[in-house]
Design a binder for this molecule. Structure first.
Ligand SMILES: NC(=O)C1=CN([C@@H]2O[C@H](COP(=O)(O)OP(=O)(O)OC[C@H]3O[C@@H](n4cnc5c(N)ncnc54)[C@H](OP(=O)(O)O)[C@@H]3O)[C@@H](O)[C@H]2O)C=CC1
Ligand SMILES: CC(=O)N[C@@H](CCC(=O)OP(=O)(O)O)C(=O)O
Length: 328
């Protein structure tokens, strides 16, 4: 199957190319970039040298010749081309936020009008696999909401309040340098940002509600001095106390058939470079602490996008994604 990556010069675009280089049924034939057109992909992504001879193309989506596309461009840029891909019958996974929320909530949270709205399944396969299978266009979840939702899904319906406390690596901010990501401002230090109003809270609330939970949700992100990874500590306040054994059994059962969710003590190192989400829980009666770890660029973005592609195209769901982490 021939793949186009729109926005291939960015972090998630590079990660799509790295992962697809090992996919048995997919070949990247088009890597677009507005600024790097004509340059070899390896000039921007040196880790891919020897694995691809492609050069970036600065082309319009109407000129793309491919069977499947990934949109790896910022939110509001994806909506400008999504409709054209759909009209041309090119199945697509959108990594941006443009189709993750209902139109009115998107416009409120992102503060911009949506120019080209249509409904799309929310591509968290562990919760919405059947919808993804039948879709021509899938909205890939945000990185924080992926780890947060998987941390609480088995228990959400028993909760009245959920507090998500997440720590993320810096690649979550994309490859454009900024004051926030400037090395002396992020290295050898640690801080919270958007303490109460991060835009991903809307996705978390949406997914918790879809799980049949009326729980109130709160979220505070923190910026870690690492490149990749998100560790989320979710404080789940229960309607009724539950014993450790009961909670743990619930999690193990909920995820027993999920290749990419592993019940074990989460660390960033064990999931780095992989599509795994590691999860574990500890109960103290009416509060359960659930911790999850993902790689923001893989399960939080490009890996999950390929997992969705595999489901949409009838491939083995794990194709190209059976990678171990890097330990020690
Ligand atoms: N980084 C992460 O951990 C995650 C990112 N995402 C989402 O994935 C998408 C890509 O993120 P990421 O790779 O980190 O971002 P980057 O900023 O690293 O890359 C985005 C790429 O899109 C291209 N681009 C930028 N602006 C426009 C535009 N207006 N129109 C067309 N192309 C544009 C740029 O290429 P050029 O300038 O060369 O054209 C750039 O390389 C975003 O929507 C992001 O929110 C989702 C989950 C996790
Ligand atoms: C470190 C950092 O800045 N992270 C980003 C999350 C990026 C992401 O994955 O989310 P979207 O796909 O919704 O853009 C943030 O906090 O906004």
């Amino acid at each position: 199957m021939h793949i186009a990556i729109i926005g291939a010069s960015g972090y998630t675009g590079g990660e799509l190319m790295r992962l697809l280089a090992n996919h048995p049924s997919a070949e990247v034939v088009c890597a677009t970039s507005r600024k790097q057109g004509g340059l070899p992909v390896a000039a921007v992504h040196p880790h891919l040298r020897g694995l691809t001879d492609l050069a970036f193309q600065n082309i319009d989506v109407d000129d793309i010749d491919a069977d499947f596309a990934f949109l790896a461009v910022p939110h509001t840029a994806a909506m400008k081309v999504a409709g054209a891909l759909l009209e041309r019958g090119i199945k697509t996974v959108d990594l941006s936020a443009d189709y993750r929320l209902p139109k009115d909530i998107f416009e409120k949270v992102y503060g911009v009008p949506h120019e080209a709205y249509f409904d799309a399944p929310y591509g968290l396969p562990e919760l919405h696999r059947d919808e993804v299978r039948d879709a021509a266009f899938v909205a890939n979840p945000g990185c924080f909401p992926t780890g947060a939702t998987l941390a609480v899904a088995p228990l959400a319906e028993h909760a009245h309040t959920i507090i998500f406390d997440s720590k993320t690596g810096v690649t979550g901010a994309g490859n454009t340098p900024s004051e926030t990501t400037h090395y002396p401002n992020v290295g050898d230090t640690f801080s919270a940002y958007k303490w109460t109003k991060h835009r991903h809270l809307a996705e978390m609330k949406q997914e918790v509600a879809k799980l049949g939970s009326g729980a109130r949700c709160y979220f505070t992100p923190h910026l870690l001095p690492v490149n990749r990874g998100i560790l989320t500590t979710a404080h789940i306040l229960l309607n009724e106390p539950m014993e450790q054994g009961e909670v743990e059994a619930l999690y193990r059962k909920f995820y027993e058939d999920e290749f990419f969710v592993r019940y074990q003590k989460p660390t960033l190192a064990a999931v780095r470079g992989t599509n795994f989400c590691d999860v574990a829980v500890e109960s103290e009666g009416d509060r359960v602490v659930a911790v999850s770890a993902i790689d923001n660029l893989v399960k939080g973005a490009s890996g999950q996008a390929i997992q969705n592609m595999n489901i949409m195209c009838g491939f083995d769901e794990t194709a190209g994604l059976r990678l171990a982490g890097m330990l020690p």
